[in-house]
Design a binder for this molecule. Structure first.
Ligand SMILES: *Cc1c(COP(=O)(O)O)cnc(C)c1O
Length: 402
């Protein structure tokens, strides 16, 4: 079958809840992927930061095979030998006391919301069913009905109501607005250190530190969604480290499975996560031995191959290079680590056509919102590959000048 046949088949039988670039990938290795025609591309999206270790990392694939032949799913009706080790290793490497594992990012966000509400009722003594959680405008935390109840993106909400009550939205980047929105029923503040889906939006410097202080002063939990920014993507293990903020709850996912599987987690203190009693929350697949074995190896690779450091170094290098591009279409180039966005001026006609052009040049990336091109290559990427990518980006922008 060729590209067109795959696309026709997908569009006939698969629901159209995405608008992918028209490339059908059937193989990946490191930073590279190949389409069904055999054409090679540099992956500059990393499956929205799920493939930070690169495609089919040999050490992680080995664990996939070994654990896959040994034990995969047990459910939590029984204990398995991988979850205790992952729980310990994850807590030790992030300096938290307890962890609850789920599968998708959205489920881990739901976990954080439930933990915060429970803490609100049991510890803060908020009257039953009155707990409020404050989120930010332009957020992205997932797609469940509860999570879209506090999105400000109309596309994510239309025709999906009624919505879950108990959420308040304040402008992102405005610490004063958070302070003003807090009342005695506020249980938590939920925030992304950098809004990745929102267009690589970075809050003003000091925002995370200031909002953390406001939360402490008011006995409100600070929850960081680091599903995309965490595990090295933004140049630190957790992006909150840039402002020396330690969230009360931090949520991770995406590359936690090493690009080979799905696993997410909410990390916190014993005081907070310890409030969950048997039966109150869970997932059949959560903390399964296959996911846990893969996450353990993914963490080891992250540390031993110094991917966090590489992200910071290569990110700075690439950001500076991108800033040298002279184009009438570029409004701003910004980012941290290997999470970089080029925001285009409105007159440029949207980021999509640039992504289409880059695809033709062998560089795969995706617009986020209408006017931002996101660059997020696997964290294993080397300088020479970034130089190659830069040539392509520069070429596409020079061509668009005329
Ligand atoms: C991807 C993402 C999510 C949702 O994760 P899923 O695995 O798609 O449910 C939540 N928050 C952020 C910041 C994300 O990037």
């Amino acid at each position: 079958m060729d590209t067109k046949e795959f696309i026709d088949l997908e569009d006939l039988f698969g629901a159209h809840n995405y608008h992918p670039l028209d490339i059908v990938i059937n193989r990946g290795k490191g930073i590279w992927v190949w389409d069904v025609e055999g054409k090679k591309y540099l992956d500059f999206l990393s499956a929205y930061s799920s493939v930070n270790h690169g495609h089919c990392h040999p050490r992680i694939v080995k664990v996939l095979k070994d654990q896959g032949e040994k034990l995969t799913i047990t459910s939590r009706a029984f204990r398995n030998d991988q979850w205790p080790l992952l729980a310990k290793e994850l807590c030790e490497s992030t300096d938290y006391e307890m962890v609850l594992a789920m599968n998708s990012g959205a489920e881990a966000i739901e976990t954080a919301i439930k933990a915060a509400r429970k803490w609100g009722y049991q510890e803060k003594k908020i009257p039953q069913d009155q707990a409020e959680i404050i989120a930010c405008s332009n957020n992205f935390h997932g797609r469940t009905v509860t999570i879209i109840s506090f999105t400000t993106e109309p596309l994510y909400r239309k025709d999906f109501g009624p919505f879950t009550p108990g959420f308040v939205v304040v402008p992102y980047g405005d610490a004063g607005a958070l302070e003003a929105a807090i009342n005695q029923n506020t249980a938590a503040f939920l925030v992304e250190p950098i809004q990745a889906e929102g267009g690589i939006i970075m809050p003003p410097e000091g925002y995370l530190r200031k909002t953390k202080e406001i939360c402490e002063k008011n006995n409100v939990l600070f929850i960081a969604d680091e599903i995309q920014t965490g595990l090295g993507r933004a140049g630190k293990l957790l992006a909150c480290e840039y402002e020396e903020v330690k969230p009360d709850i931090v949520v991770i996912g995406k590359s936690l499975g090493g690009g080979c599987y799905v696993i997410s987690a909410a990390l916190s203190s014993r005081e907070i996560l310890g409030l969950f009693k048997p039966g109150e929350h869970g997932s059949t697949f959560g903390a399964n031995p296959l996911a846990c074995a893969l996450a353990r190896e993914a963490l080891r690779v992250l540390i031993e191959e110094k991917l966090v450091e590489n992200s910071e170094e290569m990110g700075n290098y690439f950001l500076e290079k991108l800033k040298t591009i002279k184009s009438k279409h570029i409004k701003e180039v910004r980012g941290k680590g290997l999470l970089i966005g080029i925001e285009l001026k409105k007159e440029a006609g949207g980021a999509r056509r640039f992504c289409e052009d880059l695809k033709e040049e062998g560089l795969l990336c995706k617009e986020t919102h209408e006017h931002v091109i996101r660059f997020a290559p696997p964290l294993i990427i080397k300088r020479e590959d970034l130089d190659w990518a830069f040539e392509k980006v520069n070429l596409v922008f020079q061509r668009a000048e005329n």
